[in-house]
Design a protein around this ligand. Structure first.
Ligand code: MSP
Length: 849
């Protein structure tokens, strides 16, 4: 592969080996793998790095507790991490190491290559005058491996756990010299920090924890005084004007280049060695000390790609990949990545060389920026936490969920593979001997007489891994905290993957297989649905609902979506929006099929029906091809299966050939013969949640919980339908008015009230009153915005059957289309809504008369 290709080097944090992996760790690694796959399909020479952080007091203590030497302890836990990433297809030893497109590595801080690199960096810093020896007395938080600025006996301000007083001779790094250069780099965006909340926290730390509210008032006060006096006010004048007092005010505040206030000298030098324990990398030249575990760990990002090596091939690798394009980190470790790490790297600049004890030479901001371009990571992006039972998943809280549980349980749903010996490529039934599978008809087709091949354990792992990948990225806005629950995992899986994507694929391909076994021809122009009610162009009368059933609508929706993914959502890591939109597109294609009923067209003898059949099936399958290509980085195993079934071969190969990036409509060649068909995502029984819960805590296992036991019904309060809940955030439900004007039966008949089930319910950023609902009407899925956010928790609504006004004209709110209204009674309690529902089991789409 030519070296001239653009490179993309991205990293995960390296995981402490004091505890075994849980899905919180998997979350960071999955996100990184998704991004890596995305860059690979763009043709970038992508290097994915993860690993384990094995030194430090915390690991040493855990090993002592386990009664084994720290190296042995680290070997075992590090093996658990790398083994898990292999099971999930994130690391793959079978891939050629010579193929630069497939580069991925797992670094351990106990690797010889890493130790050598850390010592090399230490010497460079020392030679530049950035390190000095002093003594330190202060508080240390062992769980966070961090020095904290609190009084003796106080708890850690970050994690709340007790701190320990240490008095040691330590080496210090001159962090204080880099306050302004760091502020300049982050404020100017040269060092990109995302999300803004993280960026602001880091800036606040670098500015000296300048009171944010006071900081906000400064610019307005400054403008006011400037206008009043005609000259720029001093910082003291502004402070006096807005009445800053006492601890809030630092009289010596200055401005950064971007004009923001900071307190010079508030960033203190950093202790970077320890002497009270030995489990670490010895400081070169003074082996009484070991390198501070964070300095040790951060350097992994460079030592893994050859920093500090004498080998020319390793040096070339370093030159090719450094600086890193992206460090993905958890939100609690951004200070280490956005302040300490860039400062260490800035301090390597030979222009800053000075004798220990002398002041650091002053260089211009442009000179710092120039060095930063070659040495500092380009971007640091923080993910939020995965919460379980309301708090951050962690070993010490005992609220962890192991990824292995999900792989083992969900893996049992992995569908059998099509039997390649089978002569007719009809879809195979998803029901199998496995009791966790609930039976369901996969498509309009008959089952093969050949027995399907059961999946192997590695295939089951990859299948389940896709489910977890999809769930985590679909459920949690990247950068924010999100809650994990087994129920939500199953609900989301069934809604989006089994009933949504998997069903659409099986349905469409089954029909193509039955009617065009030799390959589907391409419809002729103008690509418009010929049904009378459908949109035919600008001059035709357009009715919103009818237009949505047209071929043109599906084409433009799918291609616009592909463009938005490329231009907006992938580059900014907005996975949740991307996947929510993808699910919506899938439901539109589903509705398109339901509207045109290709199974009836197939039975009609006339040419017109045949023509329509080709158009409808080609449109659906081409949309599937594009949506599958977009889904590939998130669900590589399932999409590989779909790609084969589409007759397009190996999806990894397609990714390498650039076939997954420029997704133009019409790319599916006429006559493409489908591959053997098989189910994609069989429906999961709700009982699987209990199985996973039991697997997590065997002691509390309920013997009566069987794989097929139904999930408890959601609470369904019954209320009479007295009003229709307005979806407008500004117009909460009015109390029922007894003096309502009389209407005729014909008037009432115009209102199409239907039963629908809520599949998705989520809050909308910056819209306190609105919830975004995705509802299933049986015959189609809809998005509805409902003004009930103040009264209903989104999670509590999922699965609930409600009544909606189905024929209400769609309207746009907050940039989102709302198609219908949810019906609710308006209670006297300030108009609090109570959603209408039924005691009886009602089928979806049932009409209310
Ligand atoms: N070893 C350091 C990182 C050094 S990087 C040079 C460390 N290790 S850690 O194991 O404690 O955490 C590693 C990553 O896992 C962090 O990004 C952290 O946020 C992430 N997670 C650990 N638990 C998590 C959740 N419950 N949810 C999301 N991410 C979580 O810090």
């Amino acid at each position: 592969m030519a070296d001239s290709k653009k490179t993309f080097f991205l990293t995960t944090p390296i995981y402490y080996v004091n505890a075994r992996p849980h899905i919180g760790h998997a979350y960071s690694t999955i996100a990184a793998d998704v991004i890596a796959r995305r860059h690979r399909l763009l043709g970038h020479n992508t290097f994915f790095l993860t690993g384990t952080d094995e030194h430090g007091q915390k690991v040493q203590r855990s090993a002592e507790k386990a009664g084994i030497p720290p190296q042995q302890f680290a070997d075992e836990v590090s093996g658990a991490f790398s083994g898990l990433w292999r099971r999930m297809g994130i690391l793959d030893d079978t891939l050629s190491k010579d193929d630069p497109l497939l580069h991925r590595d797992f670094i351990r801080t106990t690797d010889a290559r890493h130790k050598r690199g850390v010592q090399h960096l230490w010497r460079q810093l020392e030679a530049n005058g950035a390190i000095y020896l002093s003594s330190y007395t202060g508080q240390y938080c062992v769980p966070d491996e961090a020095f904290v600025d609190v009084p003796v006996g106080a708890d850690c301000p970050e994690c709340g756990r007790p701190t320990e007083t240490i008095t040691e001779e330590n080496y210090f790094f001159r962090l204080s010299d880099f306050q302004l250069p760091l502020l300049d780099l982050i404020e100017s965006g040269q060092l990109h920090v995302q999300p803004d909340t993280t960026k602001n926290e880091v800036l606040s730390f670098l500015r000296g924890n300048w009171m944010p509210e006071i900081h906000k008032q400064f610019p307005a006060a400054e403008k006011h005084l400037w206008d009043l006096n005609g000259s720029r006010p001093t910082v003291e004048e502004i402070a006096q004007f807005i009445g800053c007092a006492g601890s809030e005010w630092h009289g010596d505040a200055k401005r950064s280049r971007a004009g923001n206030f900071y307190i010079p000298g508030s960033l203190k030098d950093l202790s970077i060695s320890r002497t009270s324990f030995t489990w670490g990398i010895p400081v070169p030249g003074n082996e009484k000390h070991v390198v501070y575990v964070w300095l040790d760990a951060l350097v992994n990002y460079m030592t893994a790609i050859g920093y500090g090596s004498d080998d020319p091939a390793e040096q070339a690798k370093f030159a090719r990949y450094w600086p890193a394009d992206l460090h993905l980190v958890g939100k609690e470790i951004t200070r280490f990545h956005c302040a300490y790490w860039p400062a260490f790297l800035l301090a390597l600049n030979p222009k800053l060389k000075h004798a220990a004890g002398e002041p650091m030479p002053r260089i211009t901001p442009a000179e710092h920026a120039e060095w930063a371009k070659q040495w500092l990571p380009k971007s640091i992006v923080a993910n939020g936490w995965l919460l379980f039972e309301e708090s951050k998943m962690s070993k010490s809280r005992g609220n962890i969920v192991r990824t292995e549980t999900i792989l083992d349980a969900f893996g049992t749903l992995c569908p059998p593979k099509p039997n390649l010996l089978s002569s007719n490529n009809v879809p195979l039934s998803s029901s199998s001997s496995n009791s966790l599978l609930s039976s369901r008809s996969e498509a309009e087709g008959s089952a093969s007489s050949e027995p399907p091949q059961p999946p192997t354990k590695p295939e089951q792992d990859l299948f389940a891994s896709d489910v977890l990948r999809y769930f985590l990225l679909r459920e949690i806005p990247f950068g924010q905290d999100g809650t994990f629950s087994f129920d939500a995992l199953i609900t989301r899986y069934n809604a989006d993957l089994a009933n949504g994507y998997g069903n659409l694929v099986s349905r469409t391909l089954g029909l193509i297989q039955q009617n065009f076994a030799d390959g589907l021809t391409k419809p002729s122009a103008p690509w418009l649905c010929q049904d009378r009610d459908c949109w035919r162009g600008d001059n035709a009368p357009t009715k919103e609902f009818e237009a949505r059933s047209g071929t043109h609508f599906i084409i433009s929706e799918t291609t616009n979506f592909a463009e938005l993914c490329n231009e907006q959502w992938w580059p900014t890591y907005r996975f949740q929006i991307l996947l929510a939109e993808l699910a919506l597109k899938i439901s539109h294609v589903d509705a398109y099929l339901s509207f045109h009923k290709p199974w009836l067209l197939a039975k009609a003898p006339d040419d017109e029906s045949k023509r329509k059949l080709i158009e409808v099936l080609y449109t659906a399958v081409e949309a599937i091809r594009i949506l599958t290509a977009i889904l590939y980085p998130v669900a590589p195993f399932a999409t590989a299966s779909v790609w084969r079934q589409l007759g397009l071969g190996d999806i990894e190969e397609a990714a390498r050939n650039g076939e997954l990036k420029d997704l133009k409509w019409g790319g599916l060649k006429p006559g493409t013969k489908l591959g053997p068909l098989s189910p994609i995502f069989p429906r999961a029984d709700k009982g699987l949640a209990q199985i996973m819960i039991d697997m997590e805590s065997p002691a509390s296992a309920t013997p009566e919980a069987t794989p097929t036991s139904p999930a408890p019904e959601t609470d369904q309060s019954v209320s009479s339908v007295t009003s229709v809940l307005s979806p407008s955030p500004d117009a909460p439900a009015e109390p029922a008015k007894p003096e309502s004007p009389t209407i005729t039966i014909d008037d009432f008949a115009k209102v199409d009230l239907r039963v629908a089930q809520i599949l998705v319910a989520e809050r909308i950023p910056k819209a306190d009153k609105l919830l975004r609902l995705e509802v299933d009407l049986g015959y189609e899925k809809r998005q509805i915005l409902a003004g009930i956010a103040e009264y209903y928790q989104p999670e509590a609504l999922i699965g609930r059957k409600v009544v909606i006004v189905a024929n209400l004209a769609p309207r746009k709110m907050r940039g989102l289309i709302s198609q219908g209204m949810v019906v609710a009674a308006s209670l006297e309690d300030h108009g609090r809504p109570a959603l209408a529902s039924f005691i009886e089991e009602i089928e979806l789409g049932a009409r209310l008369h």
